[in-house]
Each structure stands twice: as structure tokens, then as C-alpha cells.
Design a protein around this ligand. Structure first.
Ligand SMILES: CC(C)(COP(=O)(O)OP(=O)(O)OC[C@H]1O[C@@H](n2cnc3c(N)ncnc32)[C@H](O)[C@@H]1OP(=O)(O)O)[C@@H](O)C(=O)NCCC(=O)NCCS
Length: 378
């Protein structure tokens, strides 16, 4: 009989409770989240996305000159070249934007002279280019599928401003840019979440940064991770009116179906990002004259808490926030990528610094001792 590997180690399905590495990027304890030692509430109230990206990558806040130089560097790298836009226009757009984005980021590597250079210097140049261009890619997709011109970003404007400007082709309202910037801060990193882990797994083979980010986009796309924000909006549209919300939750629970945007592997007493987004949702749905969207969300939140003790995660209220900003529903998850690339890069760099390849084991549950037979005898 062939020797079979029967692994007897403890199994942690979904790696729950497994501590896979040391990290100093972001940390969750109880219902608090911090980036590099600063609470998410502090950063959301006082910081900008660019400043948070600097913080995540450099383990400290920038001084004024550093922030100005870093923001300028990001701004300079935002635009897509006409040659690259021409290639993007050849890609079919009848796919999910996350699938298109995955391909577009992979294609960026073909134009990046540092693509195969894993030195610290090359990785820091690629980090800036990838982060700066993520919003330009998502908005280019929206322009191409609507047969509109792909706009160039405006000089001296932030990632948040340029995203909103290039998405709609119009000057965005200043208060919405501020709110959107805060949304980017809230989504920038989250310890060893699924896509950060995917980044680290790919990086751990000493593969390149573009490959790691493509892995991350693939992981983020799923409805149990970043894809949940889009699904929340789909769910609200399906429910339709507030009167039907409680029954919808009852039916989902009876059918053992997941209510999107609710629950979390780590937070059991609530996600601090959801608390901030809930206020934005209330404010913005009122502003656009659709307060019932917030009210329906709040009722689902309350019902899930009472019925299952589960609370909303970051994706629950961000859905109505983005909807109120007039953003198409299938662009919600790509926005997550526009922000989370900051964290993915921090994780890739931390992994390169202290690398050991990820290689867990699987407990064998298959057949044993079979003998090959010629095809005629099977
Ligand atoms: C976030 C999530 C993937 C965490 O998964 P997890 O840690 O593996 O938790 P589980 O799926 O094992 O859930 C534990 C229990 O809560 C229930 N549960 C968790 N989330 C639920 C949800 N959104 N709706 C209904 N029930 C839920 C599970 O059915 C399970 O119940 P049981 O013990 O009676 O079988 C999960 O809560 C989920 O699928 N949520 C919806 C998708 C989502 O919003 N994802 C974004 C995450 S930021």
C-alpha cells in the first residue's frame, strides 16, 4: 500500500484563531481598530487618505513637507497613458468591474519597467504607481463601458477628489469629497483579512508586487469579503420597502442564508467602521431624499442583532453611503480596492521583510491504496 500522509495536527477551519505572522500595520482589539497605533476614529476625524497611506507604509505620520511631496508623487502617477488606455478599450466590459480591474492591474505590469525587480526601491516606486492608478482604472472602466471619454486626473487634487471627478466627469461637491476621503481611510487596512492574507501568501513565494495585488483583488471580489457592499445594495433593492425588511431577515435566517454586510470573524461587539458609516448613511440618504434606505438598513441591523447577536460590518452602511453619492452599485467593491491597496502594499512589504513561505497542511480525507488500471478496464 502506498504510504499515505495522515496529518494529525489540529484543524482550524478558515484559520480561525490561527496567528500566522507578526505585524505592526493594523490591529483589532475588542471593537477597536488601529492603524500603526492610531485609532480609526482619530484618523477618520482628522486625517486624509494620502496621510493614512503614508502612515501605513512608513510606520509614522508625515510632516507637512513629506505629506506635500508624497501627495504630489501620487498625483503625478495617477494618469493612465494614451497607449495604455487604448489597450484597456480593447477589453470587453460586459464583465464584473472587479474582473476587469483584476485584468487591468495585471496589464499594468506589462508597462512597468520595475515589474520584475523586487528591490525595496523598485517596490516603493511600484507602490506609488499602483496606488495612484487604482482609482484611474476604476473610473476608466466606467467611462469606457458608457462610451465616454477617459478623463485625466486634475493636478494638485486628492485621490478622493479625482476618483469622484473622473467617475462622473463633473466637479464633485467639496463635502462629498471629504466624506468619500473618510470612507477611503476606513477601508485602508484591516489586519489579516482575506485579501491581505492573499497578498501575503503570494508575496511569500517572493513573487512580484503586481502578482500580489492581482491575488488580493481576486480575494476581495468575493461576496464574503469586499463583494458584500454591492450585495447589501442588491438586497435593499430586493426588499423594496421597510415593511418587508423584518420578514426578509426572518426568511433568510430560516433558510440559513447570509444577510449581507452583517457579521464578522473578529468583531463580536460591533465594527467601529460601521458605527462611523452609519452616521454618514443617515445623513446622505436624507440629503438625497431617500431616508427609507437608511431606515430599512437600521431595521435589518437591529433585527439581526436581536435575533442572532450579529452586528453590521464595514460593508453594511457603506452601501447606502456610496448609493447616495450616485455611484453605480457594481463600482462599490472596486472602491474598496482603491482604498485597500494601501494596506495590501504595507502587508506585501512587511512580508518581504520577514518572509517565510506560507505552506500549511491539509488533513487527508481521500481514498488510499488504489492501484492504477488500464482505461479499458475502468
Ligand atoms: C463575515 C463572515 C464571512 C464571517 O464568517 P465566519 O467567521 O466564518 O462566521 P460563520 O459564517 O461561521 O458564522 C457564524 C454563525 O453566524 C451566522 N452568521 C454569520 N454571519 C451571518 C449573516 N450575515 N447572516 C446570517 N447568519 C450569519 C452563521 O450562519 C453561523 O450561524 P450558526 O452558528 O447558527 O451556524 C460572515 O459573517 C458572513 O458571511 N457575513 C456576510 C458577508 C459579509 O458581510 N462579508 C463582509 C465581511 S467584512
Amino acid at each position: 500500500m502506498a504510504e499515505v500522509n495522515i496529518y494529525e495536527g489540529a484543524i482550524d477551519k478558515g484559520l480561525e484563531g490561527v496567528v500566522a505572522c507578526t505585524t505592526s500595520i493594523s490591529f483589532i482589539v475588542g471593537n477597536t481598530l488601529n492603524y500603526r497605533g492610531y485609532t480609526i476614529e482619530d484618523l477618520a476625524a482628522n486625517s486624509t487618505f494620502e496621510e493614512v497611506v503614508f502612515l501605513l507604509w512608513n510606520n509614522r505620520l508625515p510632516n507637512k513637507a513629506e505629506l506635500t511631496a508624497f501627495s504630489a508623487e501620487l498625483n503625478k502617477n495617477m494618469a493612465l497613458s494614451p497607449e495604455f488606455i487604448a489597450v484597456l478599450k480593447t477589453l470587453p466590459t460586459n464583465v464584473h468591474p472587479m474582473a476587469w480591474l483584476r485584468t487591468a492591474v495585471s496589464l499594468l505590469a506589462h508597462w512597468d519597467t520595475d515589474a520584475n525587480d523586487n528591490s525595496i526601491e523598485a517596490n516603493s516606486r511600484k507602490a506609488v504607481r499602483l496606488t495612484a492608478k487604482m482609482g484611474a482604472l476604476v473610473t476608466a472602466f466606467e467611462a469606457i463601458r458608457n462610451k465616454r471619454e477617459v478623463l485625466a486626473p486634475k493636478a494638485d487634487k486628492s485621490i478622493a477628489y479625482n476618483f469622484m471627478y473622473m467617475l462622473k466627469g463633473a466637479e464633485p461637491e467639496a463635502d462629498l469629497v471629504k466624506l468619500f476621503d473618510t470612507c477611503l481611510i476606513l477601508h485602508a487596512d484591516h489586519e489579516l483579512n482575506c485579501s491581505a492574507f492573499a497578498t501575503r501568501v503570494t508575496t511569500s513565494s517572493l513573487s512580484d508586487m503586481h502578482s500580489a495585488i492581482v491575488s488580493a483583488i481576486g480575494a476581495l471580489k468575493g461576496p464574503l469579503h469586499g463583494g458584500a457592499n454591492e450585495q447589501v445594495m442588491v438586497m435593499l433593492a430586493k426588499i423594496g420597502t421597510i415593511e418587508k425588511a423584518q420578514q426578509f431577515v426572518q426568511d433568510a435566517l430560516s433558510a440559513k442564508e447570509k444577510v449581507m454586510g452583517i457579521g464578522h470573524r473578529v468583531y463580536k461587539d460591533g465594527d467601529p467602521r460601521a458605527a462611523i458609516l452609519r452616521k454618514f448613511s443617515e445623513q446622505l440618504t436624507k440629503k438625497i431624499g431617500k431616508p427609507e434606505l437608511y431606515e430599512m438598513s437600521a431595521l435589518i441591523d437591529d433585527t439581526m442583532n436581536k435575533q442572532k447577536g450579529l452586528m453590521p460590518n464595514v460593508d453594511f452602511y457603506s452601501a447606502t453611503v456610496y448609493h447616495s453619492m450616485g455611484i453605480p452599485t457594481d463600482i462599490f467593491t472596486p472602491i474598496f480596492a482603491v482604498s485597500r491597496i494601501a494596506g495590501w502594499i504595507a502587508h506585501a512589504n512587511e512580508q518581504y521583510e520577514k518572509n517565510r513561505i506560507y505552506r500549511p497542511r491539509g488533513k487527508w480525507q481521500g481514498k488510499e491504496g488504489l492501484n492504477w488500471q488500464p482505461v479499458e478496464q475502468r
